[in-house]
Design a protein around this ligand. Structure first.
Ligand SMILES: C[S@@+](CC[C@H](N)C(=O)[O-])C[C@H]1O[C@@H](n2cnc3c(N)ncnc32)[C@H](O)[C@@H]1O
Length: 335
């Protein structure tokens, strides 16, 4: 490539970073407005869609054409728009690997990310719009969003864990219970529990029924920092939780877990683990900012930090299994 061509490539790379918000806004707005849901019923003309969803026809037309440009919709000679490409594969309700909830979750996240400057200046996260925390729609998008992203990695996690002799499993902050249910589907004689906030265990119950494991799952509505954890458990799974809390809180949580593990029990902590420099993988470093705009103490951590809290709780780290593109499961046991 010529020197000029290389210069242009580098300029484009920087532009792509700066423009990322455009495609993200188009996709998330379309999901939030319900365009993909309606189009999953069949092709529509812009005016019909605008009527159905009470939208402005001129501006909807611009949005639809940008979605065609992004290969998420197609348009035929009669000006009817249809789902296309990744949208047809992942955004039609009922798709096996549906991604609509996690994209909808992006709607509330995006409003926080765009205020990052305030957070960096003040040292405080963006407060919630509603006093009671997330609205029902936001909560469902968050929790089912977790299911959308873990549906594939849950199988990898179950592959990575040594499940011999495991009979009782606690999924702490289990959300939709995706990880627990994929493990239970491999262990017909095992049972488990999801401990999560009261509104969330209702979703875990619904998903246990979908996954056909409801008769082997207890739901524990509560607070992971104060509710009695029951036990003894052969496996305590802590998936995508520790990035929400600071070091002291995590260490206390591990201590509480250590107290309710069976003699041969294991704790498995899935999260993003940063390298020694705290900068890689890039997705982990970026995820720290996702926590920064949302809460006061959370962030991604280095493996050595997490291992030090485990040791302080009397647990021995036994190894890290890489799962998906940027996560790991750190396993620890007693003694
Ligand atoms: C990022 S989600 C992870 C869900 C699930 N472990 C997964 O990986 O799919 C964090 C979960 O922690 C739950 N959670 C947050 N604070 C909690 C608390 N104090 N006690 C119990 N659960 C809590 C949330 O409701 C949510 O389900």
């Amino acid at each position: 490539m010529s020197q000029h061509g290389q210069l242009e490539e580098r300029r484009l790379e920087l532009s792509r970073m700066a423009d990322g918000y455009r495609q993200a806004s188009v996709l998330i707005t379309a999901q939030h407005l319900g365009l993909f849901d309606v189009l999953s019923d069949g092709a529509r003309m812009c005016d019909d869609l605008a009527n159905e969803l009470a939208l402005d026809p001129r501006n909807l037309d611009l949005l639809l054409r940008a979605l065609v440009g992004m290969d998420l919709l197609s348009v035929d000679n009669e000006h009817r728009f249809s789902l296309h490409g990744l949208a047809a594969e992942f955004l039609a309700p009922g798709a096996e690997y549906f991604m609509g909830d996690i994209i909808e979750h992006g709607y509330s996240l995006m409003k926080r990310w765009v205020r990052m400057e305030e957070v960096v200046r003040s040292g405080k996260p963006i407060p919630r719009e509603t006093s009671g925390g997330r609205s029902p729609r936001e909560l469902r998008a968050f929790i089912m969003g977790m299911q959308n992203i873990s549906k594939l990695s849950a199988e990898e996690v179950a592959d990575a864990l040594d499940l011999r002799g495991v009979k009782r499993i606690l999924d702490l902050g289990g959300g939709p219970g995706t990880y627990l249910y994929s493990i239970l589907n491999r262990l017909p004689d095992a049972s488990g529990a999801v401990l999560d906030l009261p509104d969330v265990v209702e979703i875990a119950q619904e998903q246990a029924e979908v996954e056909g494991v409801a008769d082997r799952v207890d739901l524990i509505p509560g607070d992971m920092h104060s509710t009695h954890l029951g036990g003894p458990w052969d496996l305590i799974f802590i998936g995508n939780i520790i990035h929400s809390w600071g070091p002291e809180t995590n260490q206390r949580l591990f201590q509480r877990c250590a107290e309710v593990l069976s003699e041969t029990g294991r704790i498995a902590i899935k999260d993003f683990y940063l390298d020694e420099t705290g900068t890689q993988p890039r997705s982990g470093a970026l995820f720290s900012l996702n926590m920064m705009v949302n809460n006061a103490e959370g962030r991604s951590f280095k493996r050595v930090e997490v291992e030090s809290w485990l040791r302080a709780a009397g647990l021995t780290p036994l190894g890290l299994h890489h799962v998906g593109t940027h996560s790991g499961v750190l396993v620890a046991g007693k003694g």
